[in-house]
Design a protein around this ligand. Structure first.
Ligand code: SAM
Length: 165
């Protein structure tokens, strides 16, 4: 498979998983988290498919396309390992969907960050909510969910956040 084909498949999986998860949480009330704003592509998509949801963004280097800029009072700027802890004060158990897209070019490093971040993210998630992720997040209180048709296992990940044990 060429690099172009691989990129297209990854982006298609990302979009399909976000659409799938947004449908699953449609009946729940709560807010949405975007972890890793980048240039704002997936943030823009989340806004389009869930126009009535409050979306909070976590990013250390905020520099999106001008049309994809979140409102200032919805941005947690800084390293995610610190801002997720700060967010607990107001957002504890308030999120019904999170999109985690803090992937670096170093796969091992990305996995290490994901393991560190999972318990912090967990504290912001409502029981029964969903985490859609570009990186595997093997957290003991999350259940791996089936992917939408056409998305190859391992290309993207969806987890259900289970009730506190
Ligand atoms: C793959 S990009 C996100 C792409 C974005 N979802 C989009 O569709 O445009 C990953 C982003 O994570 C951010 N990031 C990486 N490590 C971070 C950290 N420790 N804390 C906060 N943000 C981080 C980077 O600055 C980068 O913008």
């Amino acid at each position: 498979m060429s690099k172009l084909e691989s990129f297209i498949r990854r982006m298609t999986a990302q979009r399909d998983c976000l659409n799938f998860a947004a449908q699953k949480i449609e009946a729940m009330s709560g807010l949405v988290l975007e972890l890793g704003l980048g240039n704002g592509r997936t943030y823009d998509h989340l806004k389009q498919i869930m126009p009535d949801r409050d979306i909070y963004v976590f990013e250390r280097d905020v520099n999106p396309f001008a049309s994809c800029s979140p409102p200032e009072n919805r941005i947690f700027m800084g390293d995610i390992t610190e801002t997720l802890i700060q967010a607990e004060r107001n957002l504890r158990e308030k999120a019904i969907l999170a999109h985690y897209d803090i992937a670096t070019t170093n796969g091992e490093k990305s996995r290490r960050i994901a393991v560190q971040v999972s318990p912090l993210l967990h504290n912001l998630m409502f029981p029964g909510s969903l985490v859609v992720s570009s990186v595997e997040m093997p957290f003991y209180q999350w259940t791996v969910m089936p992917l939408p048709t056409g998305v190859k296992p391992g290309r993207y990940f969806i987890y259900r956040v289970d009730t506190f044990l």
